[in-house]
Ligand binder design. Structure first.
Ligand code: ZN
Ligand code: ZN
Length: 387
């Protein structure tokens, strides 16, 4: 028997999946976002450049192969790279007007499958291009918060600022100096990060590193005037909308094109402090991938991460239609076509007794059953029962 690949899963009759999709789509559309669908397969170089050559995703987790034409291609490990590639390819970067997109689809990472982590998983995300204002960051965070609120998911929002090309380099110097002074007490990974990517030491999971890094210089204490003002506006703006947050000075992104606002939504309900969404500003990525410099901000939600947090209350809905004799089936099919304009209608195509139909309608969680027998077919009326 052929089985699905390890870490890949069929989604069958799972109402939570569609509910998350519908809710996220509705919220994004209510904020004026347009749908974008980009190919699942892209040139490997796109992810090497955008996700970063030194990242675990690119180094160990990509589904990368040479296709029959000899092209080095890759199943997308995340959604932003493809959307940015598309944004540039369609010359939106030259139009100088904001563009806002939402996407939903499968992503692929070859990692060890574990609870809540699959090799094929789904993400919903948005990307907003062309707006440098911090008020756009507030909108983007509010959009994510709205999705979680509508799904009844409780969260902790963590925010931080990563600074900009003005203030980040001098901060990095200070941090590197601190790290070198404490080098022998840091874990091997962090020792390597000092030269490669010192910022990444800040979110090292090693307890010992964490206790040392408590005293490290903080980005938010080293922001330039403009970044500082934006960070203050961000906090005020979230207060204004009643969105609660915590400033986490160790919340970082590992790549140079991330700037200013960064955020994560955390759930305590799925194990220790798991991120259910992450995002922020990436003002330099469009330029980094060959486009005209364009500010941008976005986030992505891991669908499988939040599935267990979504509660589906199974309400009865729709109509069940059944015939007791074969001759009545065309009659109910025609009637069903009309009724479907307003509601869900299921047509049973096997003739059954009244009792059997009512039992099936009840089991199917329908709200109402309409049954036709010989008498009903003559009069054109239904036997009707509310369930
Ligand atoms: Zn700055
Ligand atoms: Zn460490």
């Amino acid at each position: 028997m052929i089985k699905a690949l390890r870490g890949m899963k069929d989604i069958i009759e799972d109402k939570r999946f569609l509910k998350i999709f519908d809710t996220a789509r509705e919220v994004a559309q209510s904020y004026g976002y347009s749908y974008i669908e980009t190919p699942i397969l892209e040139e490997t170089s796109l992810f090497k450049r955008s996700v970063g050559e030194s990242s675990d995703i690119v180094n160990k987790e990509m589904y990368q192969f040479i296709d029959k034409g000899g092209n080095d291609v890759c199943l997308r490990p995340e959604g932003t790279a493809g959307v940015v590639r598309s944004f540039i390819e369609h010359k939106f970067d030259r139009q100088g007007v904001p563009k806002r997109f939402w996407y939903f689809g499968p992503m692929f990472r070859y990692e060890r499958p574990q609870k809540g982590r699959l090799r094929e998983f789904h993400q919903f995300g948005i990307e907003s291009f062309g707006e440098a204002s911090v008020y756009e960051d507030i909108n983007v965070i509010a959009l994510a918060a709205d999705i979680f609120d509508r799904l009844g998911i409780t969260y902790t929002l963590k925010i931080n600022s990563l600074g900009c090309s003005e203030c980040m380099p001098s901060y990095r110097e200070k941090l590197t100096k601190f790290l070198n002074e404490n080098k022998e007490n840091l874990c091997e990974d962090c020792q390597r990060r000092i030269n490669q990517n010192p910022i990444r030491t800040l979110d090292c999971k090693n307890q010992n590193c964490q206790s040392i890094l408590k005293d490290a210089p903080k980005i938010t204490d080293n922001l330039c005037e403009s970044c500082k003002n934006d960070f203050e506006e961000l906090k005020k703006g979230l207060d204004n909308l009643g969105i609660k947050y915590e400033v986490d000075k160790h919340l970082v992104r590992g790549l140079d094109y991330y700037t200013k606002t960064t955020f994560e939504f955390i759930s305590d309900e799925i194990g220790a402090q798991s991120a259910i969404a992450g995002g922020g500003r990436y003002d330099r990525l469009v330029e980094f991938l060959g486009g005209k410099p364009t500010p941008a901000v976005g986030f992505a939600i891991g669908i499988e991460r939040i599935m267990d947090l979504v509660d589906i209350k199974d309400k009865r809905d729709g109509i069940y239609m059944g015939a007791m004799i074969k001759e009545a089936i065309p009659f109910i099919q025609k009637k069903a076509k009309e009724l479907r304009k307003d509601t869900k209608v299921f047509v049973e195509v096997k003739p059954k007794s009244l009792k059997a139909h009512l039992k099936a309608a009840d089991k199917g969680n329908f709200k109402k059953a309409l049954i036709v027998g010989e008498d009903e077919l003559k009069t054109g009326k239904f036997f009707e029962k509310e369930l």
